[in-house]
Write a protein that binds this ligand. Structure first.
Ligand code: ADP
Length: 496
């Protein structure tokens, strides 16, 4: 058995897998999203821990399995989210600043101006509040005493994987894996080390940083969470990289798209970092032994989160699943376009000042048309990622493998196939993020001896074929892009 902890943006999950890669049991808890001000998003680090440890214990007890029967623990996590804590007490100095948080937009605009090219070349990333570096700077400058305590060596920085490992090992291990490190904007993806120049640009002292290890590697045993005592912690990867691994995208050119809180399209590009000409990110996919592989990535900040917004802020649906019924009843968006730029726009625009918009409304517009437009927004954004990826790699992606919570929506998947004009393929196991973390962990402890053992094709749940013409798809995309232009220019055009 291999246990995967999937600490996501909206929920913590734990899934127990057997040696065939089948899920034996599962537990999940949502936790609080904290929005202290416009554009700010935080999580309580203790809620992250509690929800994650509770689900882990529950996944084992539901299956009647004890810690001693678990060969390996794999961790996958929401990426970039930034925490700083006291090394002596383990107490965080503040809430975690979540990847979607935009509070450092102005700082990033200044850094982009002077160092944008250097940073892209060294990290593969666009300067944006999305990544950890400016969030660390913010904590150092704005939380009283943090700069001084950091300089005195009293504090530790970590992304969520590092926070979990620290707490699972009773403060014994302060480490992250290469895939998570590559999202901090402080890590040089060419040398695979923290970079002094980048640390200087963001004013980050080197000794608050964790050590960096391969993604499939035993780093210690659980020594503090009762139900998991003694299990080797053997795999770590950021959620999107883990999903790429779990979808078995092991060969150069293989791609997958995840529809969670955000949407993320990743393509395996092999053992050397491939720079992008279309504003995709270059990122570390994973490292196994000495072999480091890279990916191109397109990131959309608001994907499934737009459906949560319909549920929690507009109140036009009671559950995420209801959006499909409502949209199907409407049959179309009837000319409504919804650009959910709630956290600015990521790939390919990289504009933290973009604001969301809902346009094309008439007296006939109701909940159904808005629901339909929200689903289309998810698909339009992902189609733009695929377009950038195909332009970069100059090769057609023959089919798209999908996963994530919103990939269960058949209407969304059909709209996606229509816009992309290629088949969209959903595997039976959509928990590919957890599966990827489990694979990485199990490979390090001998549950699986090599990648060949896990590379058998995944069972397919459904395949969605394009049902509209190429011209019609191109026309829809052009209209979408016109709406995005308005969203991008909102502030420049005088919107507040
Ligand atoms: P994360 O790992 O980012 O927390 P998940 O993969 O668990 O995300 O997916 C949750 C997201 O999927 C939520 O934003 C939710 O609104 C969305 N979602 C869940 N079910 C559906 C559905 N049937 N249709 C559309 N969106 C959905």
């Amino acid at each position: 058995m291999v246990l995967a902890l999937d600490q996501g943006t909206t929920s913590s999950r734990a899934i127990l897998f057997d040696e065939t890669g089948a899920a034996v049991s599962k537990s999940q808890r949502e936790f609080r999203q904290i929005f202290p001000r416009s554009g700010w998003v935080e999580h309580d680090p203790m809620e992250i821990l509690e929800s994650q440890f509770e689900t882990a214990a529950e996944a084992l007890s539901n299956a009647g399995v004890s810690a001693s029967e678990v060969s390996a623990l794999g961790i996958t996590n929401q990426r970039e989210t930034t925490l700083i804590w006291d090394r002596a007490t383990g107490r965080p100095v503040s809430n975690a600043i979540v990847w979607q948080d935009r509070r450092t937009s102005d700082h990033c605009a200044r850094v982009r101006e002077s160092h944008g090219d250097t940073i892209r070349q060294k990290t593969g990333l666009e300067v944006d509040p999305y990544f950890s570096a400016s969030k660390i700077s913010w904590l150092l400058e704005n939380v009283p005493g943090v700069r001084e305590r950091a300089e005195a060596g009293e504090l530790a920085f970590g992304t969520v994987d590092t926070w979990l490992v620290w707490n699972l090992t009773g403060g014994g291990v302060h480490a992250t894996d290469v895939s998570n490190a590559s999202r901090t904007m402080l890590f040089n993806i060419n040398t695979l080390d923290w970079d002094e120049e980048l640390l200087g640009i963001f004013g980050v002292p080197r000794f608050i940083l964790p050590s960096v290890i391969p993604s499939s590697h035993v780093i210690g045993r659980v020594s503090s969470a009762e139900a998991l005592l003694g299990i080797p912690i053997a795999g770590i990867a950021g959620d999107q990289q883990a999903a790429l691994f779990g979808q078995r995208c092991f060969s150069e050119g293989d791609a997958k798209s995840t529809y969670g809180t955000g949407c993320f399209l990743l393509q395996n590009t092999g053992t050397s970092p491939a720079p992008s000409e279309h504003r995709l990110l270059t990122t570390v996919a994973w490292q196994i032994g000495d072999r480091c592989e890279y990916a191109l990535e397109g990131s959309v900040f608001i994907g499934g989160a737009v459906i949560q917004w319909l549920r929690d802020s507009l109140g036009i649906i009671a559950s995420a699943a209801e959006v499909e019924t409502l949209a199907r009843e409407a049959g179309s968006s009837d000319g409504v376009f919804f650009v959910p730029a709630f956290s600015g726009l990521g790939t390919p625009y990289w504009d933290p000042t973009a604001r969301g918009l809902l346009t094309g409304l008439t007296r006939g517009t109701g909940r159904g048309q808005i629901a339909y437009a929200a689903l289309e927004a998810i698909a339009f954004q992902t189609a733009e990622l695929l377009e950038a990826m195909q332009n970069d790699s100059h090769r057609e992606i023959p089919e798209l493998k999908v996963d994530g919570g919103a990939a269960s929506n058949d209407l969304l998947m059909q709209i996606q196939a229509d816009l992309l004009q290629i088949p969209v393929v959903r595997p039976t196991v959509t928990e590919t993020t957890s599966l990827g973390a489990a694979f990485l962990a199990g490979l390090a402890t001998g549950v699986w001896t090599d990648i060949d053992q896990i590379s058998a094709k995944a069972a397919i749940d459904a395949s969605f074929e394009p049902s509209i013409s190429g011209e019609e798809a191109a026309d829809r995309m052009a209209k979408w892009k016109a709406a995005v232009e308005k969203s991008l220019n909102w502030v420049a055009d005088g919107g507040d």
